[in-house]
Write a protein that binds this ligand. Sequence first.
Ligand code: NAD
Length: 355
Amino acid sequence: MNKDFWKNKKVMLTGHTGFKGSWLSIWLQSAGARLLGYALDPPTDPNHFNLANVVNGMESVVGDIRDINSLKKTAQEFDPEIIIHFAAQPLVRLSYELPIETIETNVLGTAILLETVRSLKSARVVICITTDKCYENREWHWGYREIEPMGGHDLYSASKGSAELIISSYRRSFFPIDKYNEHGVAIASTRAGNVIGGGDWAQDRLIPDIMKTFIKNKPVIIRSPYAIRPWQHVIEPLNGYLILAEKLFEEGPKFAEGWNFGPTDEDAKPVSWIVDKLVSLWGQDAKWELDSNINPHEANYLKLDCSKANALLDWRPKTNLQTALEWIVEWYRDYQRGGDVRTITEKQIYRFEKL
Ligand SMILES: NC(=O)c1ccc[n+]([C@@H]2O[C@H](COP(=O)([O-])OP(=O)(O)OC[C@H]3O[C@@H](n4cnc5c(N)ncnc54)[C@H](O)[C@@H]3O)[C@@H](O)[C@H]2O)c1
């Protein structure tokens, strides 16, 4: 990303109190953007948003994405140029317990966000964050391309596939690419894989589960050791979103479509590989055991083809999985020792910028 571009830009983030949103807020604060966040309270305790005092460098509004009046009022008063939409119910397993809430937040919430954009004066760029799970997963060994059909076995995946259809429909109905000169808004969606990094405490996610149990000095229980996912440090797709936003701002409709941001093929690794690496990086008596319970269905094999982002955005991962795991252990070790969480996050962002 080009830091100069972001200086004084008016940026609205939904979901800024979450894992990805709080990392991006810190990054954009360091670039001098004028930031407004709209989200519910942080989804976990502890959380990166509070620990890193993210609220300090931005305007932060607590509000529900499903509340169209509240969202419209907040957005119209701020009048952003760039909107990045993270707010979601982001967990596969929770979607089995809360199917309707997942659909309301992820599908209706996205429609409400886009409806709100229609009422804004200065909006030029909208990026909606969906997921690699939006694709109909055929459990095959090829990476999914942006032209592949949407789908979803569990309701989280289906809600994100549905959100993609809504985004595409809003673009075609209200912000058509051939009428860009009239409306001036470029809308894109992004599909990243499993992102990992310090400051994530979400339930039933691999890295938070491992770090929480290591910190408590207990063995980690692993439910799907052979599942293969595209793992990537959270800074990588965030960098992709920022590069994409710059292109959408400067070149508009050419980039108004779906984009994959994922790791290289070598970093689509089985869960067991990750846990073994983390056990050895953490040291002490860290260990893992297999979960013998029957668990709900989750995709076993999923990876992305990122040729389009490589070729057209000149985006490619700068770190590999080994580095991501080292940064994660460094982050949680620092947190465990009572270190300043904001400093460690900023240090890792700075290190990434220098790569
Ligand atoms: N973390 C990953 O591995 C991953 C992978 C692919 C895609 N994503 C997507 O990235 C986005 C951010 O994920 P995350 O990991 O940071 O999740 P998170 O749970 O840490 O954060 C979710 C954010 O959404 C907000 N939110 C939830 N429901 C809301 C509602 N009804 N109204 C307003 N705000 C609401 C929360 O307050 C929080 O700020 C999500 O859209 C998720 O689907 C995440």
